[in-house]
Design a protein around this ligand. Structure first.
Ligand SMILES: [Zn+2]
Length: 394
């Protein structure tokens, strides 16, 4: 152990955030992940408590969502509700359908991330992981991309209001964290940094280098769009420098980390080529910075991840182990494989860390890596001079 107490925010009831049986945002992935974490003995001890989430209050939701939107979600939430105007709020779509109880369920997801922030800011734990959180596409007045309310923004807004702390938000989900960016676009005390597959190829089509913030917040919104087919090596090398340089300049009091794992090679919705090692390594990078700059404080969430059986449980078990300063051995326990293999449509991998030897080669690797380096240099040139403290830390 690294001496950091770390809470896992979890209760089986959060699997009620469920759109429909054939929807890719499948809560089974949460159940599988927690069962793997438990099978490996990585949670539930005195330094790794498992804490059930509570529902966010209306006041907590209204810090980041419009009253009209929250009222609409409540109305659509009732069984048999008239949802004919749902499209005005980004809901009732194929991506983000309306479901009975959606207000209560999403408020529970939000409450979990707020609770993670409360525990971290009170010093009860150094880090916390709300595995069902990470709804980074929800906007102030509309839902989008499987996200109804923004648990991330609600937690950040609570931190701002209760503690006045400076928050660095890091999002390495394969999709741009557009909702969180938009809600804090004008706020220089909340720095949002999203690393994702370029919006030229992927939903939501935003997240370019020139989206730098507005007004007082100009320079506090940063985006690194990666080329399709980017692999661990290029991603990690750039990311490590980027987050370190930005964090040194910004000097956060706490880091909020969205751990969507849909940038994995086997994810069905995206075109990045990460291995499960990237999730372990990224959390290590971020925790190292947090230890150095902000008392270790990290509020982490899940996010995207659509290879429900073969990727998400492994990626997030590695992320959790890194977050809580524990070593996760590579072998997945036999009893876990035996428990789930019968239900899984695919053969379950037996190791947490992907052995990448068998992976197909990327024909344009050198070109992709060069383009990513150019994008990073362009971001440095445009964004760094705008950051307060620039030049002090490095
Ligand atoms: Zn995603």
């Amino acid at each position: 152990m690294s001496g950091h107490r770390t809470a896992l925010i979890w209760d089986p009831s959060v699997t009620g955030y469920f759109f429909r049986p054939d929807h890719p945002f499948n809560p089974k992935r949460l159940e599988l992940t927690v069962s793997l974490i438990e099978a490996m003995g990585l949670a539930g001890g005195p330094d790794t408590p498992i804490v059930a989430p509570r529902q966010a209050t209306d006041a907590e939701l209204l810090r980041v969502h419009s009253a009209e939107y929250v009222e609409a979600v409540k109305r659509f939430s009732r069984p048999g509700a008239d949802t004919s105007d749902a499209f005005r709020y980004g809901l009732g779509t194929d991506d983000t359908p309306v479901f009975p109880g959606m207000h209560e369920m999403t408020a529970l997801v939000c409450g979990g991330t707020i609770q993670a922030a409360e525990m971290v800011m009170a010093g009860e734990v150094t880090r916390a992981f709300n595995i069902c959180g990470g709804l980074h596409h929800a906007h102030r007045g509309r839902g989008s991309g499987f996200c109804v309310y923004s648990d991330l923004a609600a937690a950040i807004a609570w931190i701002r209001e209760a503690h006045g702390s400076r928050v660095m938000y890091i999002d390495y989900d394969a999709h741009h964290g557009d909702g969180v960016q938009g809600i804090f676009y004008g706020d220089p005390e909340v720095l949002t940094l999203s690393i994702h597959e370029s919006g030229r190829y992927l939903f939501p089509g935003t997240g370019f280098v020139d989206e730098l913030g507005a007004g007082e917040g100009y320079g506090y919104s940063l985006n690194l769009p990666l080329e399709a087919f980017t692999e661990d090596g290029s991603w990690l090398a750039i990311q490590e420098r980027l987050i370190a340089e930005v964090a040194e300049a910004f000097r956060p009091d706490v880091i909020v980390l969205q751990n969507g794992c849909d940038g994995h090679l086997n994810d069905p919705l995206t075109h990045l080529r990460a291995s499960t090692r990237l999730y372990e390594e990224t959390v290590r990078q971020v925790c190292g910075l947090a230890d150095r700059l902000c008392g270790g404080r990290v509020v982490a969430t899940g996010g995207g991840g659509y290879a429900v059986w073969t990727v998400v449980p492994r990626a997030w078990t590695l992320a959790w182990a890194a977050l809580s300063g524990q070593h996760a051995p590579d072998a997945i326990p036999r009893e876990w494989l035996e428990r789930w293999q019968g239900e899984s449509p695919e053969l379950l991998p037996e190791r947490l860390r992907d052995a990448q030897e068998g992976w197909p080669a990327v024909p344009r690797r050198a070109e992709i890596e060069a383009t990513n380096r150019r994008t990073f240099e362009s971001l440095r040139r445009q964004a760094y001079p705008l950051l307060r403290g620039y030049g002090l830390g490095f």
